[in-house]
Design a protein around this ligand. Structure first.
Ligand code: SF4
Length: 221
């Protein structure tokens, strides 16, 4: 499925809702639509949903074919999405691996409803992956970038993410985050609380030193 909503860690196709999406809240959903771009990822995180959750026909995020920007736009156009709280480009894999599609779709969405915020969840590898600084292309299109920090140093980061780019991926990710700040209003790094107080404190220090904002979020199974 290309567009979906989330409730209590489960994924629901947008066709669960009325055309005007007016029943989302009544059904217990936040008024947020998630955009499933690709299965591909340049990391192989030990905790990745793709390894830890059983997928089935009802909730599977595994897409058989990556959507084009046109297909994403058409999926939105089938609904009245003007009242959404947020649109989130998030995977199921790493969205910056298809950054041209993300940006083309975001451009259209901003043209139609500038007031609906757009977020991208990423592992922060976008500049390395695309061989260029893509952050300046986010200006006016992406309102929030959420980046998984995962760890307080390159070695620990690599142990968790098993990035294709090795331990260098850590500094790449931090550099990406700092560059994003110039073009994106909200840049948020995140870690899960289960990494322990000491590691959380070290992650806070890493972010503080670079002027980045860290969010510590609860671990969800
Ligand atoms: S970066 Fe995200 S999609 Fe990629 S392996 Fe890690 S958790 Fe999975």
């Amino acid at each position: 499925m290309i567009l979906y909503a989330v409730k209590k860690g489960a994924y629901y196709n947008i066709d669960t809702f009325k055309q005007d999406l007016s029943d989302m809240e009544a059904q217990g959903f936040a008024r947020k639509i998630y955009v499933n771009i690709t299965n591909k990822c340049n990391c192989a995180c030990t905790f990745c949903l793709r390894n830890t959750k059983e997928m089935n026909e009802h909730n599977s995020l595994w897409i058989k074919k990556e959507p084009t920007a046109r297909e994403i736009i058409e999926a939105f156009e089938a609904y009245d999405w003007s009242g959404l709280e947020e649109i989130v480009f998030c995977g199921f894999g790493e969205p910056t691996m298809c950054i041209d599609v993300v940006l083309e779709a975001a451009k259209y969405l901003k043209t139609k409803h500038k007031e609906v915020p757009i977020r991208m969840n990423t592992n922060g590898s976008g500049n390395r992956e695309n061989g260029r600084d893509i952050t300046k292309e986010f200006q006016g299109l992406i309102d929030t970038i959420s980046i998984s920090l995962n760890a307080s140093d390159a070695k620990k980061y690599y142990e968790v993410t098993r990035s294709r780019y090795g331990e260098e991926a850590y500094e790449d990710m931090l550099d990406f985050a700092v560059k994003c700040k110039e073009y994106v209003p909200n840049v948020i790094l995140s870690v899960v609380d289960c990494i322990g107080e000491e590691e959380v404190a070290s992650c806070k220090k890493v972010c503080r030193e670079r002027g980045l904002t860290l969010r510590v979020r609860p671990f969800e199974n």
